[in-house]
Design a protein around this ligand. Structure first.
Ligand SMILES: Cc1cc2nc3c(=O)[nH]c(=O)nc-3n(C[C@H](O)[C@H](O)[C@H](O)COP(=O)(O)OP(=O)(O)OC[C@H]3O[C@@H](n4cnc5c(N)ncnc54)[C@H](O)[C@@H]3O)c2cc1C
Length: 370
């Protein structure tokens, strides 16, 4: 192996995605990350490589990733990689990175990704930006993103080097009150964890899936490399709400406080009628009225359903961060100056306990008329 120099920027090429699996099944986040990696790699004219670690047969599962934009997957199959352990995954990926020198490494900000990424970055002597919500390579696009989403003036925007091709990693900072863009100018690879649900998944392309190159690089892993032993994996018996995959979300906020059970029931009835699921603001979770898996927002889930209905939610910046990309937003709030109305396609000013039953009835009537 040629000597590894993390400061030799020109030696690093390609955009890698760590493709997570659990129980031999690939996680949906991989498809979002591969799609985003494709967009970034096109700006560098480089290839997208999915890195898949697991037990026997995981390579077959991963072929689908080509359809979302991967040119190649590196498949490492071994019984010791079947269940995630920090030691085993770190060893194998560090060795691969040192051998093949990718320019960018993207990892989902899942529980496993949040555990793995900092360990990799430390071993590789490079930087990592955690929990990114936006990525750019092309500086012209980055300036446009800043123009659309920030208050920076043209003088500052005009000073940005448009030829710069470092990865610009943007994430909420200071409790979501501002967005920070972080770069890794001197070391490679440039590493980022990316929030699940934030990046848009590309349309699946069978021809690209068929063209995917599958490589099985040499790697070594032994029991001695792993300091922990996974005795069993116990899944929570409780069924968690799938906000990220939901097409319609009916969310409740502190506005339900005068009748919490009644407010949640209304949301459940609306969600059921529309074939959706129930979400919430953090205030509702913090009050113990609903379980944390329902929370939408900066410290909850990022969602982009076809329709998001907000009942009694004020629209704090941290809530908006998780839902403002929804295709169509309906907000019900009794305060006509509530910030949620600024992002709503339809705003209904009124008491949710009066408005929601009317909405429910109207939907039922419409359905039976059909
Ligand atoms: C670091 C940090 C991270 C955070 N992360 C998140 C996050 O991930 N998600 C999140 O949601 N928040 C988050 N927050 C909290 C956020 O700042 C807000 O406090 C929270 O979103 C408020 O929730 P709410 O809109 O339900 O409550 P409120 O702000 O109290 O709003 C309740 C709304 O209901 C309306 N209302 C009251 N009664 C009725 C009625 N009968 N009918 C109709 N409308 C009614 C009121 O007019 C009001 O607008 C975070 C905060 C911090 C500091």
């Amino acid at each position: 192996m040629a000597e590894y120099d993390f400061k030799d920027l020109a030696a690093f090429k390609g955009v890698w995605v760590f493709c997570e699996q659990r129980g031999g099944k690939l996680m949906p986040t991989n498809e979002e990350l591969i799609s985003e990696a494709r967009r970034l790699a096109d700006q560098l004219s480089e290839e997208v490589v999915g890195v898949v670690l697991g037990g026997a047969g995981i390579g077959k599962e991963a072929k689908v990733l080509g359809g979302f934009g991967a040119d190649k997957i590196l498949v490492c199959e071994d019984p010791l990689l079947d269940v995630y352990t920090t030691d085993a995954y770190t060893k194998v990926i560090v060795d691969l990175v040192k051998e093949q020198k990718p320019e960018v490494v993207l990892i989902g900000a899942t529980n496993i990704g949040r555990d793995l990424a900092p360990r990799l970055a430390a071993r590789l002597h490079t930087g990592l930006t955690a929990d990114c919500t936006h990525l750019d390579i092309d500086s012209v696009g980055y300036v446009q993103f800043l123009r659309d989403s920030s208050t920076l003036d043209e003088k500052i925007l005009g000073g940005i080097d448009l030829e710069d091709k470092t990865l610009k990693m943007t994430r909420p900072a200071f409790g979501g009150h501002l967005m920070a863009t972080i770069i890794i100018p001197r070391f490679r690879p440039q590493m980022a964890t990316v929030r699940p649900g934030v990046m848009k998944k590309a349309a699946f392309d069978q021809a690209k899936a068929d063209a995917l190159v599958v490589e099985t690089p040499a790697f070594s892993i032994s029991k001695d490399d792993i300091k922990t032993e996974v005795l069993s994996v116990e899944k929570a018996a409780k069924k968690l709400v799938d906000l990220i995959g939901a097409d319609i979300i009916v969310s409740v906020g502190r506005g339900i406080s005068k009748d919490v059970a009644g407010g949640i029931k209304l949301a459940e009835a609306l969600a059921e009628e529309l074939g959706g699921v129930v979400g919430s603001s953090r205030a509702v979770v913090d009050s113990g009225w609903i379980s944390p898996d329902h929370q939408v927002g900066q410290t909850g889930k990022t969602v982009h359903p076809t329709m998001y209905i907000a009942l009694g939610i004020s629209g704090a910046i941290q809530h908006l961060a998780g839902m403002q990309e929804s295709e169509f937003i309906v907000a019900v709030n009794k305060n006509d100056t509530a910030p949620i109305f600024e992002v709503a396609d339809i705003g209904i000013c009124g008491d949710l306990f009066k408005v929601a039953p009317l909405l429910l009835q109207a939907i039922k009537d419409e359905k039976s008329a059909k």
